[in-house]
Structure formats: C-alpha cells, structure tokens
Design a protein around this ligand. Structure first.
Ligand code: ADP
Ligand code: ADP
Length: 230
C-alpha cells in the first residue's frame, strides 16, 4: 500500500477556480518526491490537499490508506520565506513546534533536555553550531533557511513538505543548502515532498520527479520520472 495516494483528485477553490483536476500519484514511505511545474499549475494546492488543509472537491487523498484528515499525521513544513520569530533565539525558534505538537508537547514541557539535545544535533548537521543563542537578524538568509529546516524536523515528522525553500537564495547558498538537505534526509528518511520550479534541484535531491503542467481545462498532467539515487 502506498504511503500517500491521490486518486483522480480535483480541487476547486471557493471562488470557483479549478486549480487541479484529475491528479493521480502515489508516494512510498521514505520516498523523496519533487513536484516540478510552472507557477500557478497547482503545486502548493496539492500540498494543501495532502496536508488536509483543503479537502479534495473530487477524488480521494489517502495517507496509509486512510482518508487525509481522518487520522493525525505529523507533518513538518518549510517555505520560501523562513518565517522565524524575531523575538526568539535560533534555538527557541527550532524548538517551537514542540510547544504545539500533540505528540510531544507534554513530554517537552516535563523534560525539554532531550529535545534541546536533538535540536543541537540538527543544527550541527546543517552547520549552525554556535548559533543557538543568536537572534534571527544576525543570520544570513541561507542560515535562516537552515534553521527553518531544523524547525520543520524537530518533531520527527512522518512527512516533510518543502514549498520552494531554496528559491529565494543566491545560487551558491542554494547549492550549500541542497547538501544540508541531503544530510538531513539521509539521517532520518522522512517522506519528503518538495515543490520547486528548479529541475536541477529536483534531480539533485529527489528519488522521483512529478512534472505538472497546466493545460486548457486546467488539468494538471502529472508525469513520473525516476532517478536512481547515487
Ligand atoms: P503553484 O504552487 O504551482 O504556483 P498554486 O497551487 O499556488 O500553484 O495555485 C494554483 C492556482 O490556483 C493558481 O492559479 C492560483 O492563483 C490559484 N489559487 C491558489 N490558491 C487559491 C485560493 N485560495 N483561491 C482561489 N484560487 C487560488
Ligand atoms: P505560492 O507563490 O507559494 O504559489 P501564491 O502566491 O499562489 O503562493 O498564494 C499565496 C496565498 O494566496 C495562498 O494562501 C493562496 O491560497 C492564496 N491565493 C493565491 N491565488 C489566489 C486567488 N486567485 N484567490 C484567492 N487566494 C489566492
């Protein structure tokens, strides 16, 4: 059974706009998938469907065979904008999801130590050691994005959703972040869905690439391309 499955999924927004239509895809547990396609083709919309933010207007979206939203799934997210909170230190930002995670918040409140240790390990793996008590404004854009990747992983999510997290970075920093992402992925093997319009990025990071195109009739044609991981 695939871990995540979309069968003939369509999503019409409240204003009547049909953003995706007839999408089929299946994702295995631990697979690193990239969704590639032009702006507006419905990539973020599919992330919203899979995360349960938007129930499909037609078709079925399932995680472990259960309809999305019917059972809790731990999801981590990172976006183009790192959205760190300026009044918190870097470490405090990374620990933030634990304060709201149903699975972790009680244990975290009783004994934060192992979580702080885990955060330090994540920080070390992306080259952020020594910046625990730094403030957000002291960090470059690339370092902020490293911190946001750590924050997305601190509660050990089963699914990691990345919506163009590397797009706003300069080319050099972007490639450094790809390496950092590779390390984070190989350490934990979460199921990852990366939205990007950078095909090189998709090839570098993912096992499977789905290319989406918007066509007349707003059908998102999803095509699977597999790459052997080196
Ligand atoms: P992508 O992530 O590929 O750029 P999106 O999934 O964000 O595309 O959007 C797909 C289409 O749906 C776009 O044309 C966008 O303007 C439209 N759209 C996105 N969100 C909404 C919304 N909340 N209401 C109406 N239309 C939306
Ligand atoms: P992205 O650049 O990540 O694809 P968008 O700019 O498409 O994001 O969308 C940003 C936000 O605005 C989203 O919450 C989306 O749902 C909403 N949105 C996008 N297009 C529309 C639209 N045509 N009508 C209403 N809301 C929209």
């Amino acid at each position: 059974m695939p871990f995540i499955e979309l069968r003939d999924v369509s999503l019409r927004y409240d204003n009547g706009y049909l953003a995706v239509e007839g999408v089929n895809l299946s994702i295995e547990e631990g697979e690193f998938v990239a969704l590639v396609g032009p702006s507006g083709c419905g990539k973020s919309t599919l992330l919203r469907v899979i995360s349960g933010l938007r129930p499909p207007s037609a078709g079925q979206a399932t995680v472990r065979g259960q309809p999305v939203g019917s059972t809790p799934v731990n999801i981590g997210m990172a976006f183009q904008n790192p959205t760190l909170m300026p009044w918190r230190t870097v470490l405090q930002n990374i620990l933030l999801p634990l304060e709201v995670s149903p699975k972790h918040k009680q244990r975290y409140r009783q004994n934060p130590k192992p979580y702080v240790e885990a955060a330090r390990e994540l920080m070390a793996s992306v080259g952020l050691s020594g910046f625990e008590n730094a403030h957000v404004w002291e960090l470059s854009g690339g370092m902020q994005q490293r911190a946001s990747l750590c924050r997305a992983l601190i509660h050990q999510p089963e699914i990691l959703m990345l919506d163009e997290p590397f797009s706003a970075l300069d080319a050099f920093t972007r490639e450094e972040l790809w390496q950092a992402m590779q390390v984070l992925y190989l350490n934990r093997r979460p199921t990852v869905i990366l939205v990007t319009h950078d095909l090189r990025e998709a090839v570098y990071l993912s096992d499977t690439i789905y290319t989406m195109s918007s066509r007349p009739g707003r059908i998102a044609h999803v095509r699977r391309v597999e790459f052997p991981r080196p």
